[in-house]
Design a protein around this ligand. Structure first.
Ligand code: ATP
Ligand code: MG
Length: 327
C-alpha cells in the first residue's frame, strides 16, 4: 500500500524547504503526497489559519511534514500537535563535519514533554497587579514520556542505553518531584539506567562538555529552552529537525521558523527539513531510506554545496540536487 504523507509548507521559507524535502522523499520511496494549507497566507485568504480540512487530514494521516507558520504559529502548531496526540517532542542536536560549531563534539537528543508543564495554558490575570500560571504535571504524561525514552534508548538510536532526566525537583518539589519520580520509576521497572541533573546545572555542563550527555528527558519548558541552547552549540537553526510523536501518528518539522529575512530568495538551507524527512521515514518503518537521506545530507554538509547561512553561496535548489545525487 502506498503510504500517505500530508505536506504543509505553510509560510516563508516553509514554501521553499518543504518542496525540497518532497523531491527527496519522492526519490527514496512510493508515497502519496497530500498537500494542505495552514498559516498566515491561508488566514489572509480565508480568515482561518488552520482550516478544518487540514486538521482532519493531519489527524488521520500516518505522518505529516510541516514547514513553518509566521504570526499564526501558535494557532497552527499547538492544535496540530493535539491532532496527532503528540506527547513527546524529539529534538536531536548534533554537530556535523564541515559545519562550524561552537562544540563540534555535540551529539544529543532531547525528549521533551509536549502536553503539560507551564505550557498547559492555565494562565490567569487576577488583578491589575497579579497574574498567575498553574503548572500541570501528571503521572500519566510523565510515565508515557518515560516509556518512550526507554524504548528510544533500548533501540539504541543515539548510541546510549541510558538517559538523563533534567529537572528542578529541589525547588519545585511537588511538580518536578512528581515528574522525576514517575520517569525514574518507569526506567527502574524496565531496567533502564538513568541519571539526573538539575536543569540549571545542565545548561552550564552542556556548554563546557556536551559529551557528558546523550539522551535528555525534560519537562516542556526546560526542553524548549535547553534544546535551543544546544542548537547554538552545533552551528545554527538551519540544521535542526524535530518530531512531534503520538501513539500512532507523528508530525515532523524543522526547528526553525519562517525566516522572513531570507524568504523568497531561494537560499534557505533545506537540511533541517531533510533531516526531519529522514525521521519521518523512520517513523513509517522505512529505516533504510531514512538512513540513506540522512547520510546524503551529511555528505553534502561536509563537501558542499552550502547555503549562505553555512558560509556558501549555493541555493536551496543546488543543495537539494546535490543531496539527490548522493542518495
Ligand atoms: P519566526 O517568527 O517564523 O520564527 P524568525 O524571524 O524568528 O521567524 P527563524 O526562522 O526562527 O526566524 O530564523 C531565525 C534566523 O535564522 C533568521 O535570521 C533566519 O534567516 C535564520 N534561519 C532560520 N532557518 C534557516 C534556514 N533553513 N536557512 C537559512 N537560515 C535560516
Ligand atoms: Mg523564530
Amino acid at each position: 500500500m502506498t503510504e500517505q504523507i500530508v505536506v504543509i509548507p505553510g509560510d516563508g521559507i516553509g514554501q521553499e524547504v518543504v518542496p525540497a524535502a518532497v523531491r527527496v522523499l519522492d526519490e527514496v520511496g512510493e508515497f502519496e503526497f497530500v498537500e494542505a494549507e495552514a498559516g498566515d497566507q491561508v488566514k489572509a485568504e480565508t480568515g482561518e489559519a488552520l482550516p478544518q480540512e487540514t486538521y482532519d487530514l493531519v489527524a488521520s494521516a500516518d505522518a505529516t511534514l510541516f514547514g513553518a507558520a509566521g504570526e499564526t504559529a501558535a494557532d497552527v502548531i499547538l492544535p496540530l500537535r493535539k491532532a496527532v496526540d503528540s506527547f513527546v517532542n524529539v529534538r536531536p542536536a548534533k554537530a556535523y563535519p564541515g559545519v562550524d560549531a561552537l562544540r563540534p563534539e555535540t551529539n544529543l537528543v532531547f525528549l521533551r514533554e509536549n502536553t503539560e508543564g507551564v505550557y498547559s495554558g492555565h494562565e490567569n490575570r487576577l488583578s491589575d497587579d497579579l497574574s498567575t500560571l498553574t503548572r500541570v504535571v501528571t503521572d500519566s504524561a510523565s510515565r508515557r514520556l518515560a516509556e518512550y525514552a526507554c524504548e528510544f534508548v533500548e533501540a539504541n538510536e543515539n548510541g546510549s542505553e541510558e538517559f538523563t532526566v533534567a529537572h528542578k525537583a529541589n525547588v519545585m518539589r511537588e511538580t518536578d518531584g512528581r515528574f522525576r519520580d514517575a520517569v525514574v520509576d518507569v526506567a527502574n521497572e524496565r531496567g533502564v539506567d538513568t541519571d539526573e541533573v538539575l536543569m540549571d546545572a545542565f545548561a552550564t555542563h552542556v556548554c563546557l562538555d556536551p559529551t557528558r550527555f546523550d539522551v535528555v528527558v525534560c519537562p516542556n519548558l526546560a526542553g524548549d529552552v535547553l534544546s535551543d541552547l544546544a542548537a547554538g552549540l552545533v552551528g545554527g537553526l538551519g540544521l535542526l529537525p524535530s518530531a512531534n510523536v503520538g501513539p500512532e501518528r507523528a508530525l515532523f518539522e524543522p526547528v526553525h521558523g519562517t525566516a522572513p529575512d531570507i524568504a523568497g530568495e531561494g537560499v534557505a538551507n533545506p537540511a533541517a527539513t531533510l533531516f526531519s524527512a529522514a525521521m519521518l521515514l523512520e517513523h513509517l518503518g522505512e529505516n533504510e531510506a531514512g538512513e540513506n537521506v540522512r547520510s546524503a545530507v551529511e555528505a553534502v554538509l561536509e563537501d558542499g554545496p552550502r547555503t549562505p547561512d553555512l558560509g556558501g553561496d549555493a541555493s536551496t535548489e543546488d543543495v537539494t540536487s546535490a543531496v539527490i545525487s548522493r542518495l
